[in-house]
Design a protein around this ligand. Structure first.
Ligand code: NAD
Ligand code: ZN
Length: 379
């Protein structure tokens, strides 16, 4: 029986207030409006960005909210004007969009769509500013336009990548944020040349995907920096050749890296969200040609401080969302890379839990244990 055009009642994990465990509730999900699609989420995984907006220590507290942005699912119904997606399509919802019409979407260089670029404070849909989720008539906020911690969600068509229906959604769901973000930050933005050295700050899933990007680019040396020593064991499998724990030294880690590389690394990619690590990632690159790429999401009040002479000395500072990929145009081909065994994803998925145990995924991330935890919606 078709549910198109009707309100769907289903389970969602609602964050009622900052830092409190999510609670599984029955929510009502309104039908998709103009340029929107409703998606049945099958698998979703937890990214550190969800945790920042859940504990809301360094971000605006916006509750009650349905978090979640790394996921895979199947289109249940489409709203008015949607022509390139249909019922049954396999899709990845993406936290930053692509309208295909604005100057950014028409530019080869940018993925910062004017209409659909990441907006962490938006709590409703673009069409009417309202939420499609409610409990007893009370609206529940959206997050990043994706809100994947729900059995059904409504997403703007510009934030949906249609992928190969044979791709296993329990694996490729991690391409909808973390793995594409880290891998793309290296191959699309830092662009190391064969034989160069690359420093990766933060060896969580995003950082190790960045390391994977360095490995396939032919980097000669991949230096992993993390405060959590347990990260170093698994990082071997991702091609990381050297490990530095800033806690082991009584001088700034950028100085340690400059010394161990005889002048600095050729490229660095920061995947921590720590402002201190961002500054170190910039200052540890070689003068004359070094490029640093920031990926971590900072606190809302952070400020980046460095001496301008670092820039005069021709160190380049960049940053990127989603590894500079355009979600609709580029992600289907990244999924094909996985299908053709040119990209490994399985090793990033260290835990799986049923939806009823979603809070366990938060506990694991807060403890710095494992990489991605995939949450199965069907149980
Ligand atoms: P994670 O928690 O799994 O990994 C982060 C790692 O950084 C941890 O191992 C932690 O020990 C380490 N770390 C923290 N502070 C550090 C410091 N000062 N020095 C060295 N290491 C430090 O998180 P994740 O899911 O891999 O995400 C990493 C970051 O990327 C987060 O900030 C997340 O919000 C951000 N992110 C950005 C984008 C984007 O498009 N720019 C997309 C996804 C995630
Ligand atoms: Zn993410």
């Amino acid at each position: 029986m078709s549910t198109a055009g009707q309100v769907i009642r289903c389970k969602a994990a609602v964050a009622w207030e900052s830092g409190k465990p999510l609670s599984i509730e029955e929510v009502e999900v309104a039908p998709p409006q103009k340029d929107e699609v409703r998606i049945k989420i099958l698998f979703t995984s937890l990214c550190h960005t969800d945790v920042y907006f859940w504990d809301a220590k360094g971000q605006n507290p916006l509750f009650p909210r349905i978090l979640g942005h790394e996921a895979g699912g199947i289109v249940e119904s489409v709203g008015e004007g949607v022509t390139d997606l249909k019922l049954g399509d396999h899709v990845l919802p993406i936290f930053t969009g692509e309208c295909k019409e604005c100057p950014h979407c028409l530019s080869e260089e940018s993925n910062m769509c004017d209409l659909l670029r990441i907006n962490t404070d938006r709590v409703g849909m673009i069409n009417d500013g309202k939420s499609r989720f409610s409990i007893n008539g009370k609206p529940i906020y959206h997050f990043l336009g994706t809100s994947t911690f729900s059995e059904y969600t409504v997403v703007h068509v510009g934030q949906v990548a249609k992928i190969n229906p044979h791709a296993p959604l329990d694996k490729v769901c991690v391409l909808s944020c973390g793995m594409s973000t880290g891998f793309g930050a290296t191959v699309n933005v830092a662009k190391p040349k064969k034989g160069q050295s690359v420093a990766i700050f933060g060896l969580g899933a995003v950082g190790l995907a960045a390391a994977e990007g360095a490995r396939v680019s032919g980097a000669s040396r991949i230096i992993g920096i993390d405060l959590n020593p347990s990260r170093f064991e698994q990082a071997n499998k991702f091609g990381v050749t050297d490990f530095v724990n800033p806690k082991d030294y009584n001088k700034p880690v950028q100085e340690v890296i400059v010394e161990m590389t005889g002048g600095g690394v050729d490229r660095s990619v920061e995947c921590t969200g720590s402002i201190q690590a961002m500054i170190s990632a910039f200052e540890c690159v070689h003068d004359g040609w070094g490029v640093a790429v920031l990926v971590g999401v900072p606190n809302k009040d952070d400020a980046f401080k460095t001496h301008p002479v670092n820039l005069l000395n021709e160190k380049t500072l960049k940053g990127t969302f989603f590894g500079n990929y355009k979600p609709r145009s580029d992600i289907p081909a990244v999924v094909e890379k996985y299908m053709n065994k040119e990209l490994e994803l399985d090793k990033f998925i260290t835990h799986t839990v049923p939806f009823s145990e979603i809070n366990k995924a938060f506990e694991l991330m807060l403890a710095g244990e494992g990489l991605r935890c995939v949450i199965r919606m069907d149980t």
